[in-house]
Design a protein around this ligand. Structure first.
Ligand SMILES: Cc1cc2nc3c(=O)[nH]c(=O)nc-3n(C[C@H](O)[C@H](O)[C@H](O)COP(=O)(O)O)c2cc1C
Length: 709
């Protein structure tokens, strides 16, 4: 092992400015005209200060260091060890989180054979997958190695292990690298393996392969080997299975001593068995036939070497983090995958803008039903069965459309109430209005609204017929506009007429506080698997079946850049990671922006908690919505996750992991909106000045028999 500190030394000497002994050495180095000083400390420190989240004060306060590289005759300034690591590996996050990086930083990895091993050792250091490296090779760099070893003509004649150690020191002067420049022998193998967590074996000698595996197995050290043909990776988990035969038993029970005694030509069958001749790439197999005649040894290209390094890096990461990695052999064949290239352009779906034909009612009762059907509902699930009989129109809550957010069917009840309001408006317009009753039911129909058709009219309701049919959810971000006082007054009046209360949040501080609450609630909705799955299943993408319910992705009014984000946001595996890390603040930013650009938030509430109360309040929601839109306001409901929860048990059901956070958000929202203890919130609407919607929402076809009954 090379332990000298002379010119062939292969680790950097670190010097602390301000320490007398180090300062003396630095002055000597500065006095030497052959030594160059490179100082980029200010730039490095500026980068440190730009890190998100900001690093600890003690990391920022680490003093300046100098790293002296004798083989380069250069001294470079570097941040202190913690700051250096934080900045250098910052761009790994969260492909590797900071916590994972810290765990990986404790791994000790040995690499034997520093041709292919050079690329592997360097990538392990570069990705921060180890905290200590041990490198063994007796060989020196030759010109013919420069097709695959990332070295230069200045390095010819250098020991390959030293050379790799130097490049790693130039990458990270703090990473300890031990060099075994005599390679692996029966005498050195124990010292090399002692204390290692993982061994990477990339040497040419069959004897050494067997020797080091037998020793690694005895110490329960897992062994990785990448062979630069068809991306082959061999994994031997001696840590999990210390009885495993070395090299998957491909060589039989051969012992190192036996192999070492054989002449070269007798080792060829063993080598072929190890490589599995049948599976080699045709060019590699044909080249092997030529070894000894037109080729001196087998060929290797650097692209395959780089692939090998990537495979080993992933395997080391998995072992280091305790993730799954079985023993065996795998081929990650880049060339084969390129044969199967997929024409993304040809399969890119274009949006089918064809609209479903709408039910066109001709008869007064049909118009009442058609109006009810146009009511809004959470996720456009249309949670109702509508039937007509004996001069009544019944809108019955259909529990089969319910979802987790629809706690106790309260969102569905709001939709039923909205449908009942629409039905009354249509009946008034046709002068067939009669009284409406809200009835509690049983499990198969928890609540229903029954409209009796009589000969009455109601000019105020009748005047809303066209605006009612035109009502829609407008999800454009929009601009703020203050609704005039008379409109505000009318909104309060229509809510009151339906037995509900309306509160308008208009103060910028209130809007900002509501935006924070609603954004955090949305983040929780994304991070809670069930809520996320249900939310995504509501959105209809081009080509999806059942376009007659759910929310057309076009109606989300996303700009192209946000449409692309949706491809990520809809993935449960992505949300699972953000949930695990408790991150994803940006998941609420869309809602935050929408709320912040709104003129005001309308909170519709009512006294009581029964489903019939929610039905009544649903009628008020619809009345407010129609009138607001009639006066030029774009309206979009914003449903926080906790909206229909009454108590802790309800919140637990919504998101067991984040129930207490939801409880805080819920009470914050109720306080902000001054909701009384006996009051329930039916819906929150945001008003804005926005362009027309891009697409009209669809409805399931009305069942004709119900109209004729
Ligand atoms: C109880 C309830 C909750 C709703 N929640 C939201 C919501 O959080 N976000 C949203 O964009 N739309 C929401 N909506 C609007 C529905 O998605 C919309 O009514 C439905 O897709 C039909 O479209 P339309 O309103 O344009 O007819 C909600 C509607 C109701 C009745």
């Amino acid at each position: 092992m090379n332990q000298g500190f002379g010119e062939d030394h292969c680790s950097a000497t670190l010097l602390d400015e301000g320490q007398p002994q180090n300062d003396r050495l630095l002055s000597q180095l500065r006095a030497d005209p052959r030594i160059e000083f490179i100082d980029t400390w200010d730039e490095q420190h500026a980068e440190l200060n730009r890190l998100r989240p900001p690093p600890d004060q003690e990391v920022v306060a680490e003093p300046k260091r100098w790293a002296y590289y004798p083989w380069r005759r250069t001294v470079a300034s570097v941040l202190g060890p913690r700051a250096f690591r934080a900045v250098r590996l910052n761009r790994n996050r969260n492909l590797i989180t900071a916590e994972e990086q810290a765990r990986l930083g404790r791994l000790r990895v040995g690499v034997v054979g520093l041709s292919v091993g050079h690329a592997i050792a360097h990538i392990l250091a570069q990705e921060g997958l180890c905290g200590q490296l041990r490198l063994a090779d007796f060989d020196e760099l030759e010109l013919s190695n420069l097709n695959r070893v990332p070295a230069t003509v200045f390095d010819l004649g250098s020991n390959k292990a030293q050379l790799a150690a130097r490049r790693i020191a130039e990458l990270d002067p703090y990473l300890p690298v031990e060099v075994f420049d005599q390679g692996i022998t029966p005498e050195s193998v124990d010292g090399f393996l002692d204390g290692l967590d993982i061994l990477v074996e990339e040497c040419d000698s069959l004897d050494t392969k067997v020797l080091i595996r037998q020793a690694a197995r005895a110490r329960h050290i897992p062994v990785l080997m990448a062979t630069g043909d068809r991306g082959t990776l061999d994994v031997e988990r001696f840590d999990l299975d210390p009885q495993r035969q070395v090299l998957h038993g491909l060589l039989g029970d051969v012992e190192f001593a036996e192999l070492a005694g054989l002449p070269s030509e007798d080792k060829v069958p063993y080598a072929l068995r190890m490589m599995d001749g049948a599976a080699l790439s045709p060019r590699m197999a044909a080249s092997l036939v030529e070894v000894g005649t037109t080729l001196a040894t087998w060929p290797q290209v650097v692209a395959e070497v780089a692939n090998s390094a990537a495979l080993v890096a992933e395997a080391v990461r998995r072992i280091g983090l305790g993730e799954e990695l079985a023993s065996g052999r795998v081929r990650i064949d880049v060339a084969r995958d390129l044969d199967e290239i997929h024409d993304t352009a040809a399969s890119n779906p274009t949006h089918d803008s064809a609209q479903h034909s709408e039910f066109a009612p001709t008869h007064a009762v049909e118009r009442v039903v058609a109006a009810a059907v146009r009511a809004p509902s959470g996720g456009n699930v249309q949670p109702w069965h509508i039937s007509t009989r004996d001069n009544t129109v019944t809108i019955a809550l259909a529990p089969e459309y319910s979802s987790t957010m629809d706690v106790g069917f309260r969102a569905s009840a709001v939709a039923v109430g909205a449908a009942a309001f629409n039905a009354r408006v249509a009946a008034a317009a046709d002068s067939i209005l009669g009284p409406v009753r809200m009835e509690s039911g049983d499990d198969s129909c928890p609540v229903r609204a029954v409209l009796h058709l009589a000969g009455e009219s109601d000019p105020d309701l009748a005047a809303l017929y066209e605006p009612m049919l035109a009502r829609e959810t407008n999800r454009h971000h929009g601009k703020q506009v203050s609704p005039p006082d008379d409109v505000v007054e009318r909104l309060h009046a229509v809510a009151h007429r339906e037995g509900a209360r309306l509160r308008l949040l208009t103060a910028p501080t209130d809007i900002a506080a509501a935006a924070d609450i609603l954004a955090e609630s949305d983040r929780i909705r994304y991070l809670t698997h069930r809520l996320h799955t249900e939310m995504i299943s509501e959105v209809r993408f081009p080509g999806d079946p059942s376009q007659d319910s759910g929310i057309d992705v076009v109606s989300l009014e996303l700009i192209p850049a946000d449409m692309v984000k949706l491809d990520v946001l809809r993935r449960p595996d992505v949300m699972a990671y953000l949930d695990e890390w408790n991150l994803g603040a940006a998941l609420g930013s869309d809602t935050r922006e929408r709320v912040m650009t709104s003129s005001c938030l309308a909170v519709v509430s009512m006294a009581g908690q029964a489903l019939t109360d929610y039905v009544r309040a649903g009628s008020a929601v619809e009345a407010v919505w129609i009138v607001a839109q009639q006066h030029g306001l774009a309206v979009q409901p914003i449903s926080p996750v906790f909206l229909y929860a009454h108590n802790d048990a309800d919140l637990e059901e919504l998101s067991p992991k984040r129930a207490s956070a939801l409880a805080r958000l819920r009470s914050g929202f109720r306080e902000l909106s001054a909701i009384e203890p006996d009051e329930s919130v039916a819906l929150v609407l945001r008003f804005a000045d926005a362009p027309a919607t891009s697409v009209r929402s669809q409805r399931r076809a009305v069942v004709a028999s119900s109209l004729l009954a």
